[in-house]
Design a protein around this ligand. Structure first.
Ligand SMILES: Nc1ncnc2c1ncn2[C@@H]1O[C@H](COP(=O)(O)OP(=O)(O)OP(=O)(O)O)[C@@H](O)[C@H]1O
Ligand SMILES: [Mg+2]
Length: 402
């Protein structure tokens, strides 16, 4: 614990309204230097909005107070936040795929606000120093897009260190990492906190939150539920605080051994990716498919969704053997695919929530004249939003607002 440490940040009376949605309502929040603090809450409760207010991306409603390292900041801007040592590692990392690792880490900072020449050597040196602080070595010349997500994550953290960050927000940093990559990231987080850097962690993996954080601030529907020490807290209790509901955690998977097989895969192989895969999924079943990075999980998923042709083997869907030549074939056969990289591959960010939702099923809402029926579309979208309890402003809002 770091009870005597000074506050890195203190906020009070923070509210934010978007159109009709009250995203935050009189929230208070504080983090001590060197603390690892969790910001917890259900999807849409306002976590990212709070981070955006602290970093000057959004202006809060009048009445908010923000104090950073002991100094009251009347009007926070992105530059003011950066100058005070606040950095954010966004959900989408916000890196440049075509630039090198070194450039992603150090270029922007070295460039400063005035355009001037930056030497290759100085970029290299700064990037190397930042990675050394993290105890990691990466190929500095590699294009960022060639790196796996876990290493891109490290690049984003290194960039924050080059900016001399003393308070780092990490929005869902482990969402797409494997267990061992997560462990490595958590080691980095502990290490930074031992050096006095304050870290605010947003994650939906509650056990991980309880393991790494000292305190947790819980927000529900834009309101502060409370600030709790993680010592003695359980994932069940934290879930109750986040949702305001009690849960029965003893629910077991249903026995589906007698149900009809929906998907049967036999001897499926694709050179260099996966070999001789057999599996059966029955109606109502949830099947886990696991393995290390590079084991071929994603590739197998692509093959089952018609996006990569297998060399050998059969795919039987609902008792009928299928040759999936495209994702169109797969969708027609009743297969859907939610990609690993939802921000880049799963959604068209600027399009509306409604358009994204119906994108794969346009046929179902198209009338005999080939025109999309607005009524059919809004009915379909409305049903799904209700059934899945998605918290949104309006279906017409860009999906990027979620
Ligand atoms: N730019 C925006 N315009 C309109 N509404 C917005 C905007 N940004 C966020 N919202 C709304 O504000 C609420 C809080 O959103 P926010 O993104 O802060 O939630 P979150 O806690 O970060 O959710 P998640 O866990 O899904 O990341 C949501 O209802 C969201 O739809
Ligand atoms: Mg968010």
């Amino acid at each position: 614990m770091t009870p005597d440490f000074p506050l890195a940040i203190r906020l009070s009376h923070v509210s934010k309204v978007f159109g009709g949605v009250r995203a935050l309502d009189d929230v208070a929040f504080d983090v001590r230097e060197g603390e690892v603090h969790c910001l917890a809450g259900e999807n849409g409760c306002g976590k990212s909005t709070l981070i955006k207010i602290i970093t000057g991306v959004y202006t809060p409603e009048p009445g908010a107070e923000i104090e950073v390292f002991g100094e009251v900041v009347p009007r926070m801007t992105p530059d003011a936040a950066r100058a005070r040592g606040i950095a954010v590692i966004w959900q989408d990392l916000a890196l440049f795929p075509e630039m090198s690792v070194a450039e992603n880490i150090a270029f922007e900072t070295l460039l400063g606000s005035v355009p001037r020449a930056v030497s290759h050597a100085s970029v290299h040196k700064a990037a190397e120093a930042a990675l050394a602080r993290l105890g990691v070595s990466l190929d500095l010349e590699a294009r960022l897009r060639t790196l796996p997500i876990a290493e891109r994550q490290i690049v984003a953290i290194a960039r924050a260190l080059v900016q001399d960050a003393r308070l780092i927000f990490m929005d869902e940093p482990t969402a797409s990492l494997t267990q061992s990559e997560t462990d490595a990231l958590l080691d980095i987080v502990r290490n930074l906190s031992a050096k006095g850097v304050a870290i605010v962690f947003v994650s939906h993996r509650l056990q991980e939150v309880l393991d790494i954080c000292e305190r947790v601030t819980v927000v529900r529907d834009g309101r502060l539920v409370g600030v709790f020490p993680t010592e003695g807290m359980t994932p069940t209790r934290l879930t109750e605080l986040m949702t305001g509901k009690t849960f029965d955690m003893s629910v077991m998977a249903r026995d589906v051994s007698g149900a009809r097989p929906v998907l049967e895969v036999r001897g499926l192989s694709r050179a260099g990716e996966f070999e001789d895969i057999d599996l059966t999924i029955r109606a109502g079943e949830v099947l886990g498919l696991t393995g290390l990075i590079g084991a071929g999980r994603t590739e197998l998923g692509h093959a089952l969704f018609g996006m990569a042709r297998p060399d050998r083997g059969t795919i039987v869907i609902d008792g009928q053997e299928r040759r999936l030549r495209s994702n169109r074939d797969a969708i027609a056969a009743g297969v859907a695919y939610v990609s690993e990289d939802r921000l880049a591959l799963g959604l068209i960010q600027p399009q509306s929530i409604a358009d994204n939702a119906v994108m794969a099923v346009l046929k179902r809402i198209t009338g005999p004249t080939g025109r999309i029926s607005g009524r059919a579309k809004s009915d379909l979208v409305g049903n799904w939003i209700r059934d899945l309890s998605v918290k949104i402003g309006r279906p017409e809002d860009p999906v990027s607002t979620l």
